[in-house]
Structures are given as structure tokens and as C-alpha cells.
Design a protein around this ligand. Sequence first.
Ligand SMILES: C[S@@+](CC[C@H](N)C(=O)[O-])C[C@H]1O[C@@H](n2cnc3c(N)ncnc32)[C@H](O)[C@@H]1O
Length: 186
Amino acid sequence: MATTHVHSANATVSNAPSHPGVLFVERLPGSFASRLVSLKPFKPGDVVARLEGLTVGPKAYSSVQCGTGDDEHVELNSDLLYMNHSCEPNVVVDVSSSDRHNWHVRAVKDVRVGDLLCFFYPSTEWDMEQPFDCTCGARTCLKTIKGARYLSREELGRRNFINAHIWKMVQERDNTGNNVPIKAKL
Ligand SMILES: C[S@@+](CC[C@H](N)C(=O)[O-])C[C@H]1O[C@@H](n2cnc3c(N)ncnc32)[C@H](O)[C@@H]1O
């Protein structure tokens, strides 16, 4: 049996593939350089994977925000952890349903075998624990990824999917004038 290793203080990922035949983790040297590769083709709208085996935890580089509350962050506990961010993503992480059994990763572009699977992190994250300089290389790259809090409504609206809890937080921010460190358009 494969040894389970702890990838971060909060996330637990086994060495064994969590989605054999569907997802492959390309483990690369360097910090946070690994990535998730699709072993199957997907069409826009196809469910790539359901979010299963989640555990609630503190906000971390590895967690996914699933609501507006401070305690609404989950660890994926699977190879989905290795999905990188892209400013022009090919999948979305949809945690909008009130029934968490419906939470899933869905293709929003054609995905070919061998493609990296990437989602737009601010579509789930409001204010990220570990901001980074984006290397996605997309034409519309935002360069620094810190979370939706730092993006205008217009910038978010250009992306094809943003989770309901993020829109709620944008609404709150824009209505109250609180929390508005929006810099000029990126
Ligand atoms: C949940 S991890 C994703 C998997 C990660 N690449 C790894 O090897 O563990 C999130 C971290 O990956 C890195 N990352 C993800 N997308 C990136 C991107 N587009 N550009 C640069 N770094 C990225 C950042 O360090 C980020 O905090």
C-alpha cells in the first residue's frame, strides 16, 4: 500500500493516484512547481471530478473557500490539490450548491489528454493565504494573484464562472465601501 504523506500542515494526500486513469500529478522539483494533468478528454460542461473526502480546515495555500464565513475553507485531500491557477482556466471549481455532494470540478473549455487542469483561484478565494506571481502566460494574465478581494466586479465578470459566495462578498464590499483595496485595473 502506498505511503500517505502530509503535503502541508493541513492537507493529506496519498502517493497513490486519487483519480487513476483520469488525473495525473506531474511532480516537478522546486517549490509549488507540481501540476495536474488530464488523462482524459473533456468537453465544456463535463464533470471532471466530484469533490469528495473534503475536510474543513483553516485557510491555507492548499484550501478551497466554500462560503463567506471565516471557517468555510476545505482541504481537497486528493490530487485535485495540484490544480494550478490560470487567468484563462479550462476548468472551474463549483462549490455554489447548498448540497456539498454537488460540488465538483467542471470543464469550461475543451480539455485534451495531457492538458494541465487549471482554475481561476479568485473564483473561490476572497483573500488568499499565499499570494503569488502568476506564470500562467495567458494574454489576460492578472500577474499577481491575491484573491477576489483585490479585483473589481468588472474584472471578475470577465471570467466565465465565479462562485456565489465570492459574488456575495463583492456585493458586500461594493455596497459598504469597506474592504476596498482595489487598485487600478490590472
Ligand atoms: C494548491 S497549490 C497548487 C499546486 C502546486 N503547484 C504544488 O506544487 O503544490 C497552490 C500554489 O501553487 C502555485 N501556483 C499555482 N498556480 C500558479 C500560477 N499560475 N503561477 C505561479 N504559481 C502558481 C502557488 O505557489 C500557489 O500558492
